[in-house]
Ligand binder design. Structure first.
Ligand code: CMC
Length: 428
């Protein structure tokens, strides 16, 4: 007999079905709770709330497991290309050789952005943060392709919007950097693959030929794969909730980019490097900063530490730490902040405060050091995360629409004033 959950309220006991996932994860289905009892549940930050079932990503925070469509992250990071992983996430299975060729070809043919977009880019002030620019330009795609505004126009139309978005985000990201610096933009080139094309648009200058460094391209490919999906995190839930109103793909993903920007989420990679720089400038006294992070009166947190779901280790951090050492060695870079990062990690991993709370380095503790080594400016770090997370956002948005998810609309418990009469301003 299938398991049920019983909730007793006063004299009455109500039964609710238990849902079991393919990895034996269990949930109490309370979708009929309010209808049958008048009660709602309350769960700030959704710490115990499953907002959906999903067949995209499996994550077990206790055991440090992350799999995309069943494939372990370790295998994908080692062997796959980012575009292959994007195909996997969005379509459900690894592509055959011809499927991959046609997917890559489609993306390559859509990497140009409309020339009028330069007018938008020009309107931003010099030094504009590229996350603000990227979010604005992504939502503006819905005005350049007005037919995309209705997400229910069928598979062909949805596929085209998806291809356009995958193809254009790297161009928009690199151009937002070039415009912010007031440098000439570099157009996409069809001879390059996805990662190489981004590197060329970021780093090529008119005065000299740009050569792709395979070490840099490989490191970037790995970083993008590691960020490609992470089930129902803050930005992905935002994409799903916005999309649940049947807002178009570009609007939904632009909202996801905004959610990612915060330092508690994707913005942590920028915050980590800024923190390590600050510690270095302050004389490198690790204990002082560890104590600040532990002090409840001090708002400082150790950026790049802790995770809502990983309480033993973040499998992405394990891969990235190794990659970080390899990249720095291959590029012959001796970055003093890496030493500070390693010291902090060592001290924190042995400190009772961090051990008791299950606070370990997360994916972003080391990603910024790699981005820096390959020449990405600090303000672009979170944009890099957005390029990586894009296939996940798309896959989750598509799944949400295909599952005919109801509009996202949580309940609340009102704690404000009870009814009172309006008084004339003269009598207040
Ligand atoms: N430094 C110091 N104390 C911390 C930290 C930290 N980085 N993270 C959590 N804590 C403490 C927190 O004060 C709390 O202590 P207490 O139980 O005494 O009140 C306890 O650990 C639990 O923290 P929480 O804030 O309730 O946990 P959460 O699940 O709501 O937050 C988090 C998770 C990632 C927002 C948080 O750990 C954090 O702010 N970390 C720093 C920012 C960061 O690195 N974010 C990137 C996450 S990975 C990239 C991504 O996927 O977004």
């Amino acid at each position: 007999m299938s398991e049920v959950a019983k909730i007793t309220l006063g004299e009455e006991t109500h039964e609710f079905p238990v849902i079991v996932g393919s990895e034996n994860e269990k949930a109490i289905d309370i979708s009929k709770l309010r209808g049958s009892t008048g009660y709602v549940t309350i769960d700030p930050g959704f710490k115990n709330t499953g907002s959906t079932t999903s067949g995209i990503t499996f994550l077990n925070g206790e055991e440090g497991i992350l799999r995309y469509r069943g494939y372990p992250i370790e295998q994908l990071a080692e062997q796959a290309s980012f575009i292959e992983v994007a195909y996997l996430l969005i379509n459900g299975d690894l592509p055959t050789k011809s499927e991959l060729e046609s997917f890559e070809n489609e993306i390559t043919r859509h990497t140009m952005v409309h020339e009028d977009m330069k007018g938008l880019l020009r309107a931003f002030p010099a030094g504009a943060h590229p996350m603000g620019v990227a979010a604005s330009l992504i939502v503006s795609l819905s005005t350049f392709y007005p037919e995309s505004q209705d997400p229910n126009r069928g598979k062909e139309a949805m596929d085209l919007s998806i291809i356009r978005l995958l193809a254009k985000l790297p161009t928009i990201a690199a151009w937002s950097h070039k415009f912010s610096e007031r440098h000439p933009v570099v157009y996409p080139k069809n001879k390059y693959n996805y990662v190489e094309n981004f590197l060329s648009m970021m780093f090529e200058v008119p005065t000299e030929e740009y050569k792709i460094d395979p070490v840099v391209a490989k490191a970037l490919n790995t970083l993008l794969i590691l960020h490609a999906d992470h089930e129902q995190n803050c930005s992905t839930s935002t994409v799903r909730v916005v999309g649940s109103s049947h807002a178009n793909l570009y609007a939904s993903v632009a909202a996801g980019i905004s959610a990612l920007w915060g330092p508690l989420h994707g913005g942590a990679n920028q915050a980590v490097i800024e923190m390590l720089e600050a510690i270095k400038a302050d004389g490198g006294d690790i204990d002082k900063w560890i104590n600040k992070a532990k002090d409840k009166e001090d708002p400082f947190r150790l950026m790049g530490f802790g995770h809502r779901v990983y309480k033993n280790f973040d499998p992405r951090a394990t891969i990235i730490k190794k990659e970080c050492d390899e990249v720095l060695k291959a590029l012959g870079i001796n970055d003093p902040v890496l030493e500070i990062a390693k010291k902090i990690e060592k001290v924190a991993l042995e400190d009772e405060y961090f051990v008791k709370r299950g606070l370990y380095p997360n994916v972003d503790f080391y990603s910024g050091i790699i981005y820096r080594a390959i020449g990405i400016p600090t303000e672009m770090f979170t944009v890099m995360f957005a390029i990586g997370r894009l296939p996940g956002w798309i896959a989750q948005w598509k799944e949400m629409l295909e599952d005919k998810a109801p509009i996202g609309r949580p309940r609340q418990i009102y704690t404000g004033a009870t009814v009172r009469d309006y008084t004339d301003i003269a009598n207040r």
